[in-house]
Design a protein around this ligand. Structure first.
Ligand SMILES: Cc1cc2nc3c(=O)[nH]c(=O)nc-3n(C[C@H](O)[C@H](O)[C@H](O)COP(=O)(O)OP(=O)(O)OC[C@H]3O[C@@H](n4cnc5c(N)ncnc54)[C@H](O)[C@@H]3O)c2cc1C
Length: 405
């Protein structure tokens, strides 16, 4: 039987399931290569808890090396920087390290992409050097955040702005407030959300609960578009408002501010939504106008049948699918099954997402808000539930790797 090469690009949430499936099946005649810039896969769900001091960095990441080992996969430490899909070649600007000698390209028979996304910081590019900290890539954030805390401790009235109205922006702002309070800083924290408001797509009850937490943490909320300037954020457009029953209203409404004013910032944390890596658009793969890889319900490329993609990097053409860890995780077993089916010449399966996803939003202290369709709840018990799920996710992968040793 001719040897085939499966290349896994990125060790993201979906690819973890592929590694586990390969460890179980170890298909004959298959050489597997995992390409990843870091041996660690960081788990975003635990990042706010780490900022708030509830976890150590090593609690929040999965070691890909034993997983690759168990799957019989060769590990190449490096980042893919180009793809020639018509020639089935993955390319690297810097030859990856695997002990097997340098090479700047890697041919494949079957390719699985799970490289996530970047933080879209285009609107914040005008900030002076050193003031912008994007939440992605996560390893860089884990390195940089402790330095922000140190600076805040050394600077009276340190001004921290978080930009982003999604769950990540809210969690970062609340975690930052907890961390800076713990270190007895005099920092002021603001959250700038798009005019459409906080947590678009979540129920009104969730927004109200989140607003109460933000106000209680002393975080000022601005519902305006933020544009980066050297010294801070220009808030553009009329401030929108959110009412906050039972008492009090957010600053955006109670203290109307003029349009286009500057919000000075010593540090801006960006959780401003996702953008794809630029090289995908030049790969020859069918992509959306924004550059996401277009896939069908089987997570197979619309243009190249030997390419699959899951997680943030792909755009389903048959339905809208939010870029979230929930879908990346749940699509993983289907991705794994479809890669193995393709090798055996069997038909692929569709990933059918559940009608609604559960989101557990960390609030800084050991307290969280649950959001599931129209239903919401909050409390210390929601935090413990989230903690149990998150630690369980990490443990499952550690155990899977240990089981093969
Ligand atoms: C603070 C925060 C909290 C969040 N909380 C939640 C939550 O509670 N629930 C939820 O559903 N979603 C949450 N999300 C969203 C979630 O993180 C993403 O949707 C999810 O990580 C996407 O998974 P992925 O597998 O596509 O990519 P990732 O998990 O980002 O994995 C991509 C992998 O690819 C590697 N890689 C990147 N570029 C290359 C390259 N060029 N070559 C090779 N490898 C590469 C990376 O090193 C990484 O290991 C949160 C996001 C943030 C920022």
């Amino acid at each position: 039987m001719a040897m085939k090469r499966l290349v896994l690009v990125g060790g993201g949430h979906a690819q973890l399931a592929v590694l586990r499936a390969l460890a179980r099946t170890r298909p004959q005649g298959l050489e597997t290569v995992l390409v990843t810039p870091s041996p660690w896969q960081y788990y975003s769900g635990m990042l706010p808890g780490w900022m708030a001091g509830h976890y150590r960095e090593e609690d929040c990441r999965i070691d890909l090396r034993p997983l690759a080992d168990a799957a019989g996969a060769r590990l190449l430490i490096g980042a893919a920087t180009a793809l020639e899909a018509d020639r089935r070649q993955l390319r690297f600007e810097q030859a990856p390290a695997d002990g097997g000698g340098p090479a700047d390209s890697l041919p494949y028979d079957l390719l699985s992409l799970d490289i996530g996304s970047e933080t879209d910081t285009a609107a914040l590019a005008g900030l002076a050097a050193g003031r912008l900290l994007a939440v992605r890539p996560l390893p860089a954030f884990f390195t940089a955040w402790p330095r922000v805390v140190d600076t805040a401790r050394a600077t009276a009235g340190f001004r921290l702005c978080v930009v982003g109205g999604g769950a990540a922006g809210v969690e970062l702002a609340l975690a930052a407030a907890q961390a800076l309070r713990k270190h007895a800083t005099t920092a002021q924290i603001a959250l700038v959300c798009p005019p459409a408001g906080l947590l678009d797509g979540h129920a009104e009850g969730v927004r109200r609960r989140v607003l109460r937490q933000l106000v209680a943490a002393g975080i000022t909320v601005h519902l305006q578009r933020a544009v980066g300037e050297a010294d801070g954020l220009r808030l553009v457009g009329s401030p929108a408002s959110h009412t906050l029953p039972p008492g009090g209203r957010l600053q955006a409404e109670s203290c109307p501010q003029p349009d286009d004013r500057l919000l000075p910032a010593d540090c801006v944390l960006a959780a401003t939504g996702a953008r794809p890596q630029a090289w995908l658009r030049r790969s020859g793969l069918a992509c959306t106008a924004a550059g996401w890889v277009r896939v069908d319900a089987h997570h197979r490329s619309l243009s190249h049948a030997e390419v699959f993609a899951a997680g943030d990097v792909c755009a389903r053409t048959d339905r809208a699918l939010a870029r979230s860890g929930v879908h990346a995780v749940h699509a993983g077993p289907i991705l794994a099954a479809n890669l193995l089916a393709t090798l055996d010449g069997r038909p692929p399966r569709a990933y059918v997402p559940k009608p609604r996803s559960l989101y557990l939003i960390a609030c800084g202290p050991r307290y969280a808000i649950a959001s599931w369709g129209p239903w919401s709840a909050e409390g210390g018990w929601v935090w413990r539930w989230k903690d149990w799920i998150d630690r369980g996710f990490i443990r499952r992968h550690r155990d899977a790797a240990a089981a093969r040793r």
